[in-house]
Design a protein around this ligand. Sequence first.
Ligand code: ATP
Ligand code: MG
Length: 215
Amino acid sequence: MITLALSKGRILDDSMPMLRSAGIELLEDPEQSRKLILGTSRSDVRVVLVRASDVPTYVQQGGADLGVAGLDVLLEHDSHGLYRPLDLGIARCRLSVATRADFDYASAVRQGSRIRVATKYTRLAREHFAAKGVHVDLIKLYGSMELAPLTGLADAIVDLVSTGGTLKANKLVEVERIMDISARLVVNQAALKVKREPLRALIEAFAGAVTAQPA
Ligand code: ATP
Ligand code: MG
């Protein structure tokens, strides 16, 4: 049995067409079902639904043989024991710094001021500002980062941006792009040895689906 870890929402939505083109259909609609383990049209493949940020843990610890996770989640998490073979090119977005329009980020950076930064991505934010030599006080949040500059909790946020609609709706501006993000297929290294042939075939099927995707 091969267990694939996915998270509900855009990872699942964007993965389903790829699974389909790899010849794998879910037997139930994940949005309708409350089940956390879903069978597929291939009797040797099942899908487990986990929180997006839990995908690396499941795959590292062997709770799943492989999974799909955003590069943001993978880089924020330690990658020990993960084989990261494939950029799936789905769930694309970018990790950026955003501030209120009236906050002069460029001059705060230039003057070497301490900046208060709210984010879910404390590791990535710390690395980014350290590399620039910018002093930051990091404030760890678990959601609704946009609220932090509006309430005076922080000067800036580090968060994912795709269309920029959420920033705009909250009168925030993107002042710096840190990196481009997309979802990756990750594989448990031990499983890759034990279940070599079926996993190789599945990874290749995903690779074929990437090529088949419109750019
Ligand atoms: P949870 O909602 O459980 O707290 P989450 O917010 O990380 O977790 P999603 O919003 O489904 O879960 O995001 C999953 C992944 O999709 C992210 O890790 C990221 O790689 C990608 N993603 C997040 N936001 C966007 C976005 N606005 N546009 C495109 N991709 C995104
Ligand atoms: Mg979310």
